[in-house]
Design a protein around this ligand. Structure first.
Ligand SMILES: O=C(O)CCC(=O)C(=O)O
Length: 275
Protein backbone atom coordinates (compact mmCIF):
# COMPACT_ATOMS: atom_id res chain seq x y z
CA UNK A 1 0.00 0.00 0.00
CA UNK A 2 1.12 3.50 -0.81
CA UNK A 3 2.25 5.31 2.34
CA UNK A 4 4.18 8.35 1.15
CA UNK A 5 3.35 10.60 -1.79
CA UNK A 6 5.56 9.54 -4.72
CA UNK A 7 7.02 12.36 -6.83
CA UNK A 8 4.85 13.33 -9.76
CA UNK A 9 6.33 11.91 -12.96
CA UNK A 10 5.47 15.07 -14.88
CA UNK A 11 7.50 17.22 -12.46
CA UNK A 12 10.45 14.87 -12.84
CA UNK A 13 10.17 14.80 -16.65
CA UNK A 14 9.99 18.59 -16.78
CA UNK A 15 13.34 18.92 -14.98
CA UNK A 16 14.81 17.53 -18.22
CA UNK A 17 16.25 14.48 -16.46
CA UNK A 18 18.24 12.46 -19.03
CA UNK A 19 18.51 9.17 -17.11
CA UNK A 20 15.63 7.30 -15.60
CA UNK A 21 15.72 7.21 -11.78
CA UNK A 22 16.26 3.64 -10.55
CA UNK A 23 12.77 3.19 -9.12
CA UNK A 24 11.26 3.49 -12.63
CA UNK A 25 13.56 0.92 -14.28
CA UNK A 26 11.73 -2.32 -15.01
CA UNK A 27 13.52 -5.67 -14.65
CA UNK A 28 14.59 -6.93 -18.10
CA UNK A 29 11.68 -9.42 -18.38
CA UNK A 30 9.12 -6.60 -17.98
CA UNK A 31 10.68 -4.00 -20.25
CA UNK A 32 8.91 -3.00 -23.45
CA UNK A 33 10.02 -5.39 -26.18
CA UNK A 34 12.08 -3.81 -28.92
CA UNK A 35 9.83 -3.60 -32.00
CA UNK A 36 12.36 -5.41 -34.19
CA UNK A 37 12.62 -8.34 -31.76
CA UNK A 38 8.96 -9.31 -31.88
CA UNK A 39 7.24 -8.10 -35.04
CA UNK A 40 3.46 -8.04 -34.74
CA UNK A 41 1.73 -9.48 -37.82
CA UNK A 42 0.20 -6.54 -39.70
CA UNK A 43 -3.20 -8.22 -39.84
CA UNK A 44 -3.44 -8.27 -36.06
CA UNK A 45 -5.37 -5.28 -34.90
CA UNK A 46 -8.14 -4.90 -32.36
CA UNK A 47 -11.52 -5.32 -34.09
CA UNK A 48 -13.84 -2.38 -34.68
CA UNK A 49 -17.56 -2.92 -34.01
CA UNK A 50 -20.16 -0.50 -35.35
CA UNK A 51 -22.85 -0.55 -32.70
CA UNK A 52 -25.34 1.08 -35.08
CA UNK A 53 -25.09 -1.86 -37.48
CA UNK A 54 -27.71 -4.63 -37.53
CA UNK A 55 -24.85 -7.14 -37.15
CA UNK A 56 -23.46 -5.47 -34.03
CA UNK A 57 -24.30 -8.33 -31.64
CA UNK A 58 -22.54 -10.90 -33.85
CA UNK A 59 -19.53 -8.65 -34.18
CA UNK A 60 -19.39 -8.20 -30.39
CA UNK A 61 -19.60 -11.99 -29.97
CA UNK A 62 -16.65 -12.57 -32.30
CA UNK A 63 -14.60 -9.76 -30.74
CA UNK A 64 -15.21 -11.06 -27.21
CA UNK A 65 -14.29 -14.61 -28.17
CA UNK A 66 -11.18 -13.71 -30.18
CA UNK A 67 -9.84 -10.68 -28.35
CA UNK A 68 -11.69 -9.71 -25.17
CA UNK A 69 -11.17 -6.14 -26.38
CA UNK A 70 -12.58 -4.11 -29.27
CA UNK A 71 -13.22 -0.57 -30.42
CA UNK A 72 -16.81 0.57 -30.73
CA UNK A 73 -17.99 3.25 -33.15
CA UNK A 74 -21.59 4.20 -33.88
CA UNK A 75 -22.02 4.22 -30.08
CA UNK A 76 -24.04 7.41 -29.88
CA UNK A 77 -21.71 9.24 -27.47
CA UNK A 78 -21.04 12.66 -29.04
CA UNK A 79 -17.49 13.20 -30.24
CA UNK A 80 -17.65 16.66 -28.62
CA UNK A 81 -18.06 15.02 -25.20
CA UNK A 82 -15.04 12.76 -25.79
CA UNK A 83 -13.01 15.80 -26.90
CA UNK A 84 -14.18 17.75 -23.86
CA UNK A 85 -12.94 14.98 -21.53
CA UNK A 86 -9.56 14.86 -23.29
CA UNK A 87 -9.37 18.66 -23.19
CA UNK A 88 -10.30 18.86 -19.50
CA UNK A 89 -7.65 16.28 -18.62
CA UNK A 90 -4.97 18.06 -20.62
CA UNK A 91 -5.88 21.42 -19.10
CA UNK A 92 -5.58 19.90 -15.63
CA UNK A 93 -2.16 18.36 -16.24
CA UNK A 94 -0.86 21.54 -17.91
CA UNK A 95 -1.85 23.66 -14.89
CA UNK A 96 0.70 24.77 -12.28
CA UNK A 97 1.70 22.09 -9.78
CA UNK A 98 0.38 24.07 -6.80
CA UNK A 99 -3.12 24.05 -8.33
CA UNK A 100 -2.96 20.32 -9.08
CA UNK A 101 -1.68 19.45 -5.63
CA UNK A 102 -4.80 20.96 -4.04
CA UNK A 103 -6.53 17.87 -5.47
CA UNK A 104 -3.83 15.34 -4.63
CA UNK A 105 -4.98 11.89 -3.59
CA UNK A 106 -4.43 10.92 0.01
CA UNK A 107 -1.49 8.47 -0.03
CA UNK A 108 -2.72 6.86 3.19
CA UNK A 109 -5.79 5.59 1.29
CA UNK A 110 -3.62 3.60 -1.15
CA UNK A 111 -5.07 2.47 -4.46
CA UNK A 112 -8.60 3.49 -3.41
CA UNK A 113 -7.71 7.17 -3.19
CA UNK A 114 -9.51 9.66 -5.39
CA UNK A 115 -7.55 12.54 -6.89
CA UNK A 116 -4.21 13.43 -8.42
CA UNK A 117 -1.61 10.72 -8.00
CA UNK A 118 1.24 8.82 -9.54
CA UNK A 119 0.90 5.20 -8.61
CA UNK A 120 -2.21 3.09 -8.60
CA UNK A 121 -1.31 -0.55 -9.06
CA UNK A 122 0.60 -1.91 -6.12
CA UNK A 123 1.51 -5.45 -7.14
CA UNK A 124 5.15 -4.53 -7.54
CA UNK A 125 5.98 -1.79 -5.11
CA UNK A 126 9.60 -1.66 -6.11
CA UNK A 127 9.09 -0.31 -9.65
CA UNK A 128 7.00 2.77 -10.37
CA UNK A 129 4.91 3.52 -13.45
CA UNK A 130 5.95 6.45 -15.64
CA UNK A 131 2.48 7.92 -15.34
CA UNK A 132 0.42 10.46 -13.43
CA UNK A 133 -3.33 10.24 -13.17
CA UNK A 134 -6.46 11.80 -11.78
CA UNK A 135 -8.94 9.28 -10.45
CA UNK A 136 -12.59 10.27 -10.01
CA UNK A 137 -15.12 8.32 -7.97
CA UNK A 138 -18.24 8.69 -10.08
CA UNK A 139 -20.77 5.95 -9.34
CA UNK A 140 -22.87 5.12 -7.44
CA UNK A 141 -23.90 8.74 -7.00
CA UNK A 142 -23.35 8.46 -3.25
CA UNK A 143 -19.58 8.28 -4.05
CA UNK A 144 -19.69 11.15 -6.55
CA UNK A 145 -18.63 14.49 -5.12
CA UNK A 146 -17.50 16.94 -7.83
CA UNK A 147 -16.03 19.15 -5.08
CA UNK A 148 -13.15 16.63 -5.05
CA UNK A 149 -12.37 17.41 -8.69
CA UNK A 150 -10.46 20.37 -10.17
CA UNK A 151 -12.19 23.74 -9.88
CA UNK A 152 -9.69 25.71 -11.99
CA UNK A 153 -10.46 24.18 -15.40
CA UNK A 154 -13.69 25.69 -16.76
CA UNK A 155 -16.39 23.03 -17.26
CA UNK A 156 -14.27 20.21 -15.82
CA UNK A 157 -16.74 18.93 -13.23
CA UNK A 158 -19.73 19.13 -15.52
CA UNK A 159 -17.83 17.31 -18.28
CA UNK A 160 -16.90 14.44 -15.96
CA UNK A 161 -20.50 14.07 -14.76
CA UNK A 162 -21.80 13.93 -18.35
CA UNK A 163 -19.08 11.47 -19.35
CA UNK A 164 -19.79 9.28 -16.31
CA UNK A 165 -23.48 9.06 -17.20
CA UNK A 166 -22.80 8.37 -20.89
CA UNK A 167 -20.27 5.65 -20.08
CA UNK A 168 -22.67 4.03 -17.64
CA UNK A 169 -25.33 3.85 -20.36
CA UNK A 170 -22.88 2.48 -22.89
CA UNK A 171 -21.48 -0.08 -20.45
CA UNK A 172 -24.99 -1.32 -19.65
CA UNK A 173 -25.85 -1.56 -23.33
CA UNK A 174 -22.72 -3.60 -23.99
CA UNK A 175 -23.27 -5.88 -21.00
CA UNK A 176 -26.79 -6.60 -22.24
CA UNK A 177 -25.47 -7.53 -25.70
CA UNK A 178 -22.80 -9.74 -24.11
CA UNK A 179 -25.38 -11.44 -21.85
CA UNK A 180 -27.66 -12.17 -24.79
CA UNK A 181 -24.73 -13.49 -26.81
CA UNK A 182 -24.29 -16.04 -24.02
CA UNK A 183 -27.98 -17.01 -24.28
CA UNK A 184 -28.65 -15.32 -20.96
CA UNK A 185 -31.34 -12.76 -20.11
CA UNK A 186 -30.12 -9.26 -21.13
CA UNK A 187 -29.84 -8.03 -17.54
CA UNK A 188 -27.93 -11.12 -16.36
CA UNK A 189 -24.41 -9.68 -16.05
CA UNK A 190 -25.67 -6.42 -14.54
CA UNK A 191 -27.58 -8.36 -11.90
CA UNK A 192 -24.66 -10.62 -11.09
CA UNK A 193 -22.31 -7.65 -10.80
CA UNK A 194 -24.71 -5.60 -8.68
CA UNK A 195 -24.84 -1.85 -8.21
CA UNK A 196 -22.90 0.07 -10.84
CA UNK A 197 -19.53 1.03 -9.38
CA UNK A 198 -17.56 3.33 -11.65
CA UNK A 199 -14.22 5.13 -11.42
CA UNK A 200 -12.96 7.41 -14.18
CA UNK A 201 -9.20 7.70 -14.47
CA UNK A 202 -7.47 10.25 -16.67
CA UNK A 203 -3.87 9.21 -17.30
CA UNK A 204 -1.03 11.50 -18.30
CA UNK A 205 2.12 10.00 -19.79
CA UNK A 206 5.08 12.39 -19.82
CA UNK A 207 7.92 12.05 -22.31
CA UNK A 208 10.29 9.44 -20.92
CA UNK A 209 14.09 9.85 -21.15
CA UNK A 210 14.72 6.08 -21.52
CA UNK A 211 11.50 4.56 -22.82
CA UNK A 212 13.08 1.14 -23.43
CA UNK A 213 13.53 0.71 -19.68
CA UNK A 214 10.19 1.87 -18.30
CA UNK A 215 6.48 1.20 -18.57
CA UNK A 216 3.82 3.91 -18.53
CA UNK A 217 1.60 1.44 -16.73
CA UNK A 218 2.58 -2.09 -15.78
CA UNK A 219 0.71 -5.01 -17.34
CA UNK A 220 -2.54 -5.81 -15.58
CA UNK A 221 -6.10 -6.98 -16.02
CA UNK A 222 -8.95 -4.76 -14.89
CA UNK A 223 -11.12 -5.43 -11.86
CA UNK A 224 -14.87 -5.29 -12.34
CA UNK A 225 -17.13 -5.96 -15.29
CA UNK A 226 -16.08 -3.77 -18.18
CA UNK A 227 -13.57 -1.03 -19.02
CA UNK A 228 -14.31 1.74 -21.50
CA UNK A 229 -11.30 3.70 -22.59
CA UNK A 230 -10.66 6.68 -24.85
CA UNK A 231 -7.22 7.53 -26.16
CA UNK A 232 -5.65 10.67 -27.53
CA UNK A 233 -3.79 10.49 -30.83
CA UNK A 234 -0.44 9.40 -29.39
CA UNK A 235 -0.85 5.64 -28.92
CA UNK A 236 1.16 3.40 -26.63
CA UNK A 237 -1.66 1.22 -25.31
CA UNK A 238 -1.24 -2.53 -25.90
CA UNK A 239 -3.42 -5.58 -25.31
CA UNK A 240 -2.22 -9.15 -24.83
CA UNK A 241 -3.43 -11.63 -27.43
CA UNK A 242 -2.17 -15.17 -27.76
CA UNK A 243 0.97 -14.26 -25.81
CA UNK A 244 1.78 -11.19 -27.93
CA UNK A 245 1.41 -7.54 -26.94
CA UNK A 246 -0.54 -5.88 -29.75
CA UNK A 247 -0.51 -2.07 -30.12
CA UNK A 248 -3.97 -0.50 -30.04
CA UNK A 249 -3.92 2.29 -32.60
CA UNK A 250 -6.08 5.24 -31.51
CA UNK A 251 -9.36 5.47 -33.40
CA UNK A 252 -10.85 8.98 -33.52
CA UNK A 253 -14.21 8.97 -31.70
CA UNK A 254 -13.83 5.25 -31.05
CA UNK A 255 -14.21 3.87 -27.53
CA UNK A 256 -12.13 0.86 -26.59
CA UNK A 257 -14.04 -1.84 -24.73
CA UNK A 258 -12.10 -4.27 -22.53
CA UNK A 259 -13.77 -7.23 -20.85
CA UNK A 260 -12.72 -6.92 -17.24
CA UNK A 261 -12.14 -9.80 -14.83
CA UNK A 262 -15.73 -10.51 -13.79
CA UNK A 263 -17.11 -10.60 -17.34
CA UNK A 264 -14.15 -12.51 -18.68
CA UNK A 265 -14.55 -15.26 -16.07
CA UNK A 266 -18.27 -15.46 -16.72
CA UNK A 267 -17.70 -15.51 -20.45
CA UNK A 268 -15.19 -18.32 -20.31
CA UNK A 269 -17.37 -20.36 -17.90
CA UNK A 270 -20.47 -19.97 -20.04
CA UNK A 271 -18.70 -20.89 -23.26
CA UNK A 272 -17.20 -23.91 -21.53
CA UNK A 273 -20.62 -25.09 -20.36
CA UNK A 274 -22.33 -24.44 -23.66
CA UNK A 275 -19.94 -26.33 -25.94
O1 LIG B 1 -5.32 4.82 -18.35
C1 LIG B 1 -4.63 4.26 -19.19
O2 LIG B 1 -3.88 4.89 -19.93
C2 LIG B 1 -4.64 2.79 -19.34
C3 LIG B 1 -5.81 2.20 -18.69
C4 LIG B 1 -5.74 0.74 -18.66
O3 LIG B 1 -4.76 0.13 -18.94
C5 LIG B 1 -6.90 0.01 -18.26
O4 LIG B 1 -7.91 0.63 -17.99
O5 LIG B 1 -6.82 -1.19 -18.22
Amino acid sequence: METAAPPRVQALAETGVSRLPAQYIQPPEHRPAHPSSSPVPAALSVPVVDLSSPNAADAVRAACADWGAFHVVGHGVPGELLDAVRGAGLAFFRAPMEDKLRFACDPARGAAAEGYGSRMLANDDSVLDWRDYFDHHTLPESRRDPAHWPDFVPGYRDTIVKYSNSMKDLAQRLLRIISENLNLPPSYIEEVVGEVYQNITISYYSPCPQPDLALGLQSHSDMGAITLLIQDDVGGLEVLKDGMWIPVAPLPDGILVILADQTEVLYINMLYHQY
